[in-house]
Design a protein around this ligand. Structure first.
Ligand code: SAH
Ligand code: SF4
Length: 374
């Protein structure tokens, strides 16, 4: 089988080149063609010897996940559904702002953590994404956005203030899946995003969002401490365990201790806590005060997200007054608290709405267990 070059970090590609008897600087050249220029055709890599190009064509390929569909929102947001094999699809979202272009990247096909308010959680879990499938989302998004801009499509790209000449200037690992549950592949993919010979994004421009897989968070601090967002969503263990089953394994006190430890390594001196406001569930002023008291010890910002509904979720959007009241309690307590603007909801691209296509293996397994028991 031919090697998919999107699967490799630069050190891994260098090793693979060595097996072909090629020098490390050749690997670097190819890596740059691939990621800096978005080139997927070896024949176009004109500063490589013809012989090497031919051998690459024989032994390697550049195979990103195929686009199944592309949706463009009125607000400039673009969403792709990618084919990741045997009935499975994952979603990736591009969110343009004046000074940046943020790509929301998926890490798994579905998610096993089963948070009730999340469409991905509801869809079940199939498998982890490979490095090529994670990096491939970024590789394809940059190329598609460049092609759309060239065609003259009404596409919003960040202005000259963006750090990168390419459309994607920031990545958030906030798409489908729990990135820390696909640790090795996510770390390898993020190291490609950070590599100066590839996308050259700084550690502040790559944010990993986690529901709080504490033992993996401690590992991430040591391996690749990028900017961190933590999904909190409740001010106490009783409610959080109901909303997020992971809290039964890693209760709030353990999570906050890991957050504090993370800050010793993090590229920013604060953690972002995400808090979805679910109407009538976790959006009262008393809960805002409890949250303010809880976070006293952790340098942080709080990002409030009004719940984005999806069919049969069983939760409701909070009222605008409840959102404003909750934010004001936090502001009065001295926190930096923002309300996330919903983007791309006309194309189901908003937070929590990414469902892709998941052939749920968890449910199948449950069925099998039932059958065996019967
Ligand atoms: N598994 C990781 C990353 C993916 S979820 C995590 O949970 O952090 C990314 C963000 O979207 C999280 O803060 C998540 O809680 C939020 N989210 C999930 N469902 C949502 C919904 N229906 N409305 C608004 N935000 C949602
Ligand atoms: Fe998984 Fe995050 Fe959705 Fe929870 S919120 S089910 S952890 S993707």
């Amino acid at each position: 089988m031919r090697a998919n070059l999107l699967d490799f970090t630069l050190p891994a590609l260098t090793e693979w080149f060595a097996t072909l008897g090629e020098k490390p600087f050749r690997a670097k050249q190819v890596f740059r063609w691939l990621h800096q220029r978005g080139e997927g055709d070896f024949a176009a890599m004109t500063d490589l010897a013809k012989g090497l190009r031919a051998r690459l064509a024989e032994h390697a390929e550049v195979r990103p996940p195929a686009i199944l569909s592309e949706h463009r929102s009125a607000d400039g947001t673009v969403k792709w559904l990618f084919d990741v094999g045997i009935g499975n699809g994952i979603e990736t979202v591009y969110i343009p702002e004046d000074d940046r272009g943020t790509l929301c990247v998926s890490s798994q096909v579905g998610c096993a953590l089963d948070c009730g308010f999340c469409a991905t959680g509801r869809s079940g879990f199939n498998r982890d994404l490979s490095v090529a499938e994670i990096v491939g989302q970024l590789w394809v998004a940059n190329r598609r956005l460049e092609a759309l801009a060239k065609e003259g499509a009404a596409i919003r790209l960040p202005g000259a203030a963006g750090a990168s000449p390419r459309p994607v200037t920031n990545v958030v690992m906030m798409g489908m899946g729990e990135p820390l549950n696909n640790f090795e592949n996510v770390v390898a993919a993020m190291s490609v995003m950070l590599d100066d010979n590839a996308y050259g994004l700084s550690r502040r421009r790559v944010t990993l969002s986690t529901s709080g897989v504490v033992h993996q968070l401690r590992k991430l601090a040591a391996r690749l401490p990028v900017a961190l967002a933590v999904s909190l969503h409740a001010p106490d263990d009783e409610l959080r365990s109901r909303l997020m089953p992971i809290n039964r394994s890693y209760p709030i006190a353990e999570l906050l201790a890991a957050c504090k430890a993370y800050l010793e390594h993090a590229p920013r001196d604060f953690i972002t806590f995400e808090y979805i406001l679910l109407g009538g569930v976790n959006d009262s002023p008393a809960q805002a005060r409890a949250l303010a008291a809880l976070l006293r010890e952790v340098p942080c910002k709080v990002n409030l997200i009004a719940f984005n509904p999806f069919p049969d979720s069983g939760f409701e959007r909070p009222s605008p007054e409840a959102v404003a009241r909750f934010r004001d309690v936090l502001l009065d307590a001295g926190y930096v608290a923002t309300v996330r603007r919903t983007r791309g909801d006309d194309i189901d691209a908003a937070c929590g709405q990414l469902a892709g296509q998941v052939v749920n293996r968890m449910r199948k397994r449950t069925v099998r267990i039932h059958r065996e028991a019967a």
